[in-house]
Design a protein around this ligand. Structure first.
Ligand code: GRF
Length: 195
């Protein structure tokens, strides 16, 4: 299976996913695509020998449909079977999502359905939650809302800040996303929990 990975920044989840697709893994990365030509993840992908492309969203000034039409060009050319959003920070329209319904995954840094949207760690700390974590889900038209494929939990500790909590969650993202991707590539969509 061919997997296209969409990023906006450091691409640490992209690296974890790409590194996992080796040996008897049924999938391989076919493209790393960013909405920011300066995303440091692009250089990491190139260093791993993965094809890359960038479509800067800024010239489109909020014309989502036009940006997505431009994004589709390199994406469709790569002929992906699955699309993994990994630190991709642009909201996609329902039309775009529908085109890949059931074949697009995302990782979100909260225990969905709690804390959809941004600033998830700050909100969990503020709420006094005992746990935080991350969720891999199928992407649907509603933001951060599709069927859950996997979750990883970490404790929230006294004195945690959003940064210290993010630092505890991120390594779990790097374990969860590759695990879920392999299961999906093998045709298994039963939700998985870590630890
Ligand atoms: C991570 O917290 C991820 O959950 C969120 O974006 C952040 C950066 O991800 N989606 P990455 O390092 O660019 O993969």
């Amino acid at each position: 299976m061919r997997v296209a990975i969409l990023i906006s920044g450091s691409g640490s989840n992209m690296v974890a996913l790409a590194q996992s697709m080796t040996g008897d893994h049924p999938a391989r990365p076919c493209l790393v695509l960013s909405n920011d030509p300066a995303a440091s993840g692009l250089a990491k992908a190139q260093a791993m020998g993965i094809a890359t492309a960038a479509v800067d969203h800024r010239p489109f000034k909020g014309d989502r449909a036009a940006f997505e039409a431009a994004l589709l060009e390199p994406l469709l050319a790569a002929k992906p079977d699955l699309i993994a959003l990994a630190g991709f920070m642009r909201v996609l329209t329902a039309d775009f999502v529908r085109r890949f319904e059931g074949r697009m995954l995302n990782i979100h840094p909260s225990l969905l359905p709690k804390y959809k949207g941004l600033h998830t760690h700050a909100r969990a700390i503020e709420a006094g939650d005992a746990q935080a974590g991350c969720t891999v889900h199928e992407v649907t038209a509603a933001l951060d809302d599709g069927p859950i494929l996997g979750q990883a939990r970490v404790p929230i500790l006294p004195g945690d800040t959003p940064d210290t909590l993010a630092a505890r969650v991120l390594p779990m993202e790097h374990q969860l996303y590759p695990l879920v991707l392999r299961r999906v590539a093998e045709g298994n969509r039963a939700p998985v929990s870590l630890p």
